[in-house]
Design a protein around this ligand. Structure first.
Ligand SMILES: Nc1ncnc2c1ncn2[C@@H]1O[C@H](COP(=O)(O)OP(=O)(O)OP(=O)(O)O)[C@@H](O)[C@H]1O
Ligand SMILES: [Mg+2]
Length: 207
């Protein structure tokens, strides 16, 4: 039997990485074979592309080359990791996937959504998630979490995280719009609460 493909989406600091790990542990404890991956990344080449996207030196990618780099990483991940895992009956959980492209490059950067959909479909060979959990947080909550994380890990925000408030509010509205257009696939989770409160809602959506 083919496995299920579940993706986690939302802006920075909404809790994707925290909750995707929790879901992986939960499924494994029930005997489900799980492949946990993230975007951009998840293969050697795709992780190299991730490094290029986060590069903050001179000559940052323009909007279109940023898009193409994300899609190149995704094509590699889909073909070499996600599809083989699903075909062998494993579940695949991904920390970000196509909806991040529509939200960041479409609603955020302003590239045309119809082109993004076509190009993304090409990169994914038509693969779509079976279920997408959109972790929605208020901007002030996300910002406070990011500040705490930066202090705790002694890191600073990267190029994309540093885009302005305006960009981040377009992003949030964009994600919510995407969920509204595909309510069966994409579930909105109120991610303002504690990790346990968020997890409880995720479990409710796993049935
Ligand atoms: N529900 C929560 N309440 C409070 N803090 C949280 C919650 N969920 C996660 N955190 C903390 O907030 C920070 C951001 O969470 P996490 O890394 O899971 O978010 P993310 O969506 O993966 O962010 P990014 O997009 O930057 O990778 C982490 O330090 C994490 O421990
Ligand atoms: Mg994360």
């Amino acid at each position: 039997m083919r496995g299920r493909f579940v993706t986690f989406e939302g802006g920075e600091g909404c809790g994707k990485s925290t909750q995707v790990k929790r879901l992986a542990e939960h499924l494994r404890s029930k005997g489900v074979e799980v492949v946990l991956t993230r975007e951009p990344g998840g293969t050697r080449l795709a992780e190299l592309i991730r490094g290029l996207l986060k590069d903050e030196r001179e000559d940052p990618p323009c909007d279109r080359s940023e898009l193409l780099l994300f899609l190149a990483a995704r094509a590699q991940l889909v073909r070499n990791v996600i599809v083989p895992a699903l075909d062998s009956g494993k579940w695949v959980l991904s920390d970000r996937f196509s909806d991040s492209t529509f939200a960041y490059q479409g609603y955020g950067r302003g590239l045309p959504l119809d082109s993004l959909r076509l190009m993304n479909c090409f990169a994914c060979e038509g693969l779509k998630p079976d279920l997408t959990l959109l972790l929605d947080v208020r901007p002030d909550v996300a910002a406070a979490r990011m500040r705490r994380r930066e202090a705790a890990t002694n890191t600073s925000a990267d190029r994309i995280e540093l885009a302005g408030d305006d960009f981040h509010s377009r992003l949030r509205a964009g994600f919510l719009e995407l969920a509204k257009a595909e309510p069966d696939r994409m579930k909105v989770i109120d991610a303002n609460g504690s990790p346990d409160e968020v997890w409880a809602q995720i479990l409710q959506n796993m049935v």
